[in-house]
Design a protein around this ligand. Structure first.
Ligand SMILES: [Fe+2]
Length: 249
């Protein structure tokens, strides 16, 4: 949680004790201790903002609590609200999973592309991070694949850093499982991702980092490399292992 001070206290009160005032979302009861976010919020549409699986201040060794709260509630929350607005205009969207929307996104309006992409990307992003020391390590099967495709974990880290730094402007860096079962690192612009039917970089993401400035600017300003290097210590390998197993079974 943001450190208590009067402006922050007023801000939290305005939020209704961690509920959101993002347009299109309704007020809700405060979440239980240890879990931040509007998990009881009732969306004005079929898409919902998932709660974080940890407190806003759980990742502060790399990402400060205020950035986490703004990123989750305001940035991600706004994308959910905008996607619900798009679903109000096109009710057929509400019958589809996010993955189904992404798989047909090339024929949809830009607002659907950006907000469905943003909603999927951020929902995924929260799950592949964990407090430092709690993320475990690559499973033997994943480590073997990393060694096969990147020589070593350090080789993967270098490739991921290069992709993260090479993305001009806003976007995401990814580790994906290709259809042939190999691992690949790449990046996508804006809120695009490797599940989009027209993405030049395709695969099933097993981890990814948000390199938009909103993900790190309060602490790191323009120092993306410092954020990217620190972010590696937040990887939730337990979740990545699960996703790798699901993608290769
Ligand atoms: Fe973001």
């Amino acid at each position: 949680m943001i450190r208590p001070n009067l402006p922050t206290f007023a801000f939290l009160m305005a939020l209704g004790a961690c509920t959101t005032s993002v347009p299109g979302m309704t007020q809700a009861a405060a979440p239980p201790p240890g879990v931040q976010g509007p998990q009881a919020a009732q969306p004005a549409g079929p898409f919902t903002l998932p709660p974080l699986p940890y407190a806003y201040d759980a990742l502060t060794s790399v990402i400060d609590a205020q950035t986490m709260e703004l990123h989750h509630q305001r940035h991600h929350g706004a994308q959910v609200a905008a996607l619900n607005a798009a679903a109000a205009a096109d009710p057929s969207l509400g019958a589809l999973s996010l993955e189904q929307i992404l798989a047909t996104v090339s024929s949809r309006p830009a607002a659907v592309r950006n907000n469905a992409g943003g909603h999927w990307n951020h929902s995924f992003f929260w799950t592949v991070m964990a407090p430092v020391g709690q993320g475990g390590e690559p499973s033997p099967a994943l480590q073997a694949a990393i060694n096969r495709d990147f020589s070593s974990l350090e080789g993967l880290r270098t490739a991921f850093r290069t992709a993260s730094m090479g993305r001009f402007g806003s976007g995401w860096a990814w580790l994906v499982v290709r259809p042939d079962g190999t691992l690949a690192v790449g990046s996508t612009p804006n809120q695009d991702n490797p599940l989009m039917d027209d993405s030049p970089f395709k695969g099933t993401p097993i981890f990814g980092n948000d390199v938009w400035e909103h993900a790190f600017y309060l602490r790191y300003q323009n120092r993306r490399a410092e954020y990217v290097d620190g972010w590696w210590s937040l990887i939730n390998w337990n979740e990545v292992n699960r996703r790798f197993a699901a993608a290769t079974q």
